[in-house]
Design a protein around this ligand. Structure first.
Ligand code: PLP
Length: 403
């Protein structure tokens, strides 16, 4: 929970632990025994693990055998991208292309860049529009250009910076038509919008516990049964031989508890947070010198409102303030008692220009960003404090005095 004088507006970075997840962790942690061992205690631990695996699978429209537990979203993305690339290339060495967008999370982008630098991968970057949504015509064309040389495609379910919800099912269908598996990073989507693995047509799907109210240190990769992945970690052969290492029964229990709650709450939370988000967006629209980044939940053809989460994550507001740096914006928010984020990666505490905004064609604004993300513990009073602070964020930056 945030300190009483602070307002936590950074739920996309991490969100408060759910009491149900903590209770499940404590209960499962009391079970002695390594679930891979054979004695009676181990079998009890294994039973608990498999029950939780089943709850995770059911919550996401997957089969229990498709759930591979990991340490979090980054590991799940690495396993999907490296694992698919190596397995598909082993089947046919000509398969070196990876089709993706430029707005993917660094856990995908940097993994692809590493494979390009070290293992001969060719990144085929498909453009996105000014709202960060993939250009499906260009996506299909990129796949159709050389399907026999394409190892995998990657399209995130929802963007962590500007909240864009991507047309994953259409993208997966296009990939499947060419026999190419699709990886989707659903770390920001699970619990925020409806996510059904089987219905999506994706081959692999990454999720992370600490974005849902489970502790940091657990996540999962859903891997369709018919897909082969080359493991990244080698050892005891746990998790379908895809992820060696003793499985934490307690963390799996916490993930299952948090996920079940988050998915059950999702429809009502999307409506509640969508309303709060739209109050903030209205204040952004009214504030001079500040622009909303990313899509709106309206029909692009008619302008008619759409349910929260159709095109933009219900809890995401992202703004640019031309002429004011992300660091200055963060400082102004901090002074107002608001815990916010520049929205992009940081190097040594300094906000780097956002690769997402660059890919959206907004390079000149990529250093002037601020992200406000709402979540389970966000109240109307929190949003009122943000709305009150917003006009002050756009004041011109004061010049630095030189000695
Ligand atoms: N993918 C997305 C879209 C994310 O937002 C994040 C975390 O911010 C990750 C992957 C990485 O997840 P984790 O922190 O569990 O490694």
């Amino acid at each position: 929970m945030p300190a009483p004088d602070r307002v936590h507006l950074d739920h996309a970075a991490t969100t408060a632990l759910r009491p149900g997840a903590l209770a499940a962790f404590a209960e499962a942690a009391a079970l002695p025994g390594n679930p891979a061992a054979l004695h009676a205690s181990a079998r009890r631990a294994k039973l608990r693990l498999e029950q939780d695996r089943e709850r995770i699978a059911t919550a996401l429209g997957a089969d229990p055998v498709e759930v591979v537990l990991t340490s979090g979203g980054t590991e799940a993305d690495n396993l999907a991208v490296q694992g698919l690339y190596r397995a598909r290339r082993a089947q046919d060495p000509a398969r070196t292309r990876i089709v993706l967008t430029g707005v993917e999370h660094h856990a995908v982008l940097d993994t692809v860049a590493w494979l390009a630098a070290h293992e001969g991968a060719e990144a085929v970057v498909v453009p996105v529009d000014a709202a960060s949504r993939v250009d499906l015509t260009a996506w299909e064309a990129a796949l159709a250009q050389a399907p026999e040389r394409t190892a995998l495609a990657a399209l995130m379910w929802a963007n962590n910076e500007v909240g864009t919800v991507q047309p994953v099912a259409e993208a997966a269908r296009a990939a499947a038509a060419h026999g190419v598996p699709l990886h989707t990073d659903a770390v920001q989507a699970v619990g925020a919008v409806p996510v059904d693995f089987a219905a999506s047509g994706a081959g692999t799907l990454a999720l992370s516990g600490h974005k849902l109210g489970a502790p940091v240190g657990v996540g999962a990769l859903l891997v369709r049964r018919d897909l082969t992945l080359e493991p990244v970690l080698h050892g005891g052969g746990q998790e379908r031989r895809l992820r060696s290492g003793t499985v934490s029964v307690a963390l799996a229990a916490a993930l299952a508890a948090a996920l079940v709650e988050a998915v059950a709450d999702q429809p009502a939370e999307a409506r509640r947070l969508g309303r709060l988000r739209d109050e903030v967006i209205a204040a952004v629209d009214a504030a001079p010198g500040m622009d909303l980044t990313g899509p709106r939940d309206v029909d692009p053809a008619t302008g008619a409102p759409l349910p929260a989460g159709t095109r933009r994550l219900p809890g995401n507001v992202h703004v640019t303030v031309p002429g004011v740096s992300a660091d200055a914006l963060l400082f102004r928010c901090d002074t107002a008692g608001l815990d916010t984020s520049s929205g992009s990666a940081c190097t040594a505490g300094v906000a780097a220009p956002s690769h997402v905004l660059e890919a959206m064609g907004l390079a000149e604004r990529a250093r002037s960003t601020q992200r406000f993300t709402l979540g389970r513990t966000t109240t109307a009073a929190d949003v009122a404090r943000l709305v009150q602070a917003l006009p002050g964020l756009a004041a011109p930056a004061r010049r630095r005095r030189h000695p």
